[in-house]
Design a protein. Structure first.
Length: 400
């Protein structure tokens, strides 16, 4: 197999053009080269029925149009062909090596290596390896880069015995780390072959792909984030396009995709046409549910007001916002899809549920503020999440 992702960023403009065209790279390696515990979500629920008794999973219909949110929050044109799955070498090199966020990143990166385990949905080795990758690139630290490469290779096959929730949470950071540091040709070939297989691996009756396509909650969003990262790493355009369609459908475009199997419909503003994020102007019993994630908010119980502060919603948004960053870098206008659905989700939590992000969800807020130009609460030093982190360093400044 030929290299594609990490190599081209070292070729300057030619490499970026190669990425834009989806072309494979050469044979060089990356920098330093010497040659709130949501653990009990149900694994699946069958199709459900709407209030009219009709089946609501896998039955595309056209949602009615609605007026968008205030257009003062805009994101500009998507950066088609931007290098890097999550961030490019050039972007990393432009970031500071001082400040509280850098100090925390550096401290984590300098810790001893862990033992990767993709079957442990609560392990944080994945984001620690990502920290090492970011620091090794920024400091051109060959030994640290080699440590990252070893961890990436050690992660392969550790998904065995786990569930797709664990794989979805854990895999993304390893793929991004590999993309940043680059692997040797031999290791890259092995890693690519494993990635192509692992997204289809049966784990307790599910695969990462089927989980992404039928679970409209935290299981599916985490699966989607890892799936689309794999697609970009492999240069699989058809898989990227499919990921984009599924994500667009989850955001509310049922005409593009509506194959999800929803659970209880208590928080759906239109139970006959369920979506991952309620549409603009949505209400239930006169209360504002515009931006609610119904299939995760339901974990707090039937509709009630004031709304329960349900942490599964932030868990699902971890996977959703990661998908958005990756797809945006591939040229999709995701931040504006479905009347800025992602922004509306975070605003509902802040304004209606009075529920700011805390703990391992705080990294998300730097992304929201970065891409939407908002000023939602985001700590200077944010905690990393289950699938991604370090955005207090990588995305602290507003997008240009």
């Amino acid at each position: 197999m030929q290299r594609w992702a990490a190599t081209m960023r070292w070729g300057g403009l030619a490499g970026m053009l190669a990425l834009a065209c989806g072309a494979p790279g050469g044979e060089t390696t990356g920098p330093g080269s010497t040659g709130s515990d949501e653990t009990t979500d149900e694994p699946g629920s069958g199709t459900t029925t709407g209030s009219d008794g009709t089946t609501v999973a896998g039955n595309p219909t056209t949602d009615g149009g609605s007026e968008g949110v205030d257009d003062t929050t805009t994101t500009g044109e998507p950066p088609l062909g931007t290098g890097g799955i999550w961030i490019s070498i050039e972007e990393v090199m432009a970031l500071p090596t001082s400040g509280a966020a850098w100090d925390e990143l550096l401290a984590v990166a300098m810790q001893g290596p862990g033992v990767p385990n993709l079957s442990d949905q609560d392990q944080d080795d994945n984001v620690m390896v990502l920290a090492k990758a970011l620091v090794c690139v920024r400091l051109d630290d060959g030994a640290l880069c080699d440590e990252v490469r070893a961890s990436v290779m050690a992660a392969m096959e550790t998904e065995n015995g786990g569930r797709t929730l664990a794989l979805g949470r854990e895999l993304l950071a390893y793929v991004v780390a590999a993309d940043l540091v680059g692997l040797s040709d031999a290791d890259d070939a092995m890693f690519r072959a494993w990635l192509a297989d692992v997204i289809h691996e049966d784990l307790e009756g599910r695969t990462l792909v089927t989980t992404h396509e039928d679970r409209p909650n935290n299981w599916g969003t985490h699966a989607g984030a890892s799936r689309v990262a794999v697609a970009v790493y492999l240069g699989d355009q058809a898989e990227m396009d499919r990921c984009a369609d599924v994500f667009h459908g989850w955001l509310g475009d049922r005409q593009t995709y509506a194959g999800f199997a929803y659970g209880d419909l208590w928080w759906q503003s239109d139970p006959s046409n369920p979506v991952g994020i309620n549409p603009v102007g949505a209400t239930i019993m006169g209360e504002n549910v515009d931006g609610v994630l119904p299939d995760d908010q339901r974990r707090g119980g039937p509709f009630a007001w004031p709304p329960p502060q349900e942490n599964y919603v932030y868990e699902a948004l971890q996977g959703a916002i990661a998908q958005a960053v990756i797809l945006h870098r591939r040229g999709h206008d995701v931040w504006n899809w479905e009347d800025q659905a992602l922004l509306r989700a975070y605003l509902w939590l802040d304004q209606q549920a009075s529920y700011p992000a805390a703990g391992d969800d705080t990294w998300q807020m730097h992304l929201v503020n970065h891409y939407y130009g908002t000023t939602l609460p985001a700590p200077e030093v944010a905690s990393s999440g289950k699938n991604m982190g370090w955005t207090d360093w990588t995305h602290a400044a507003p997008a240009p």
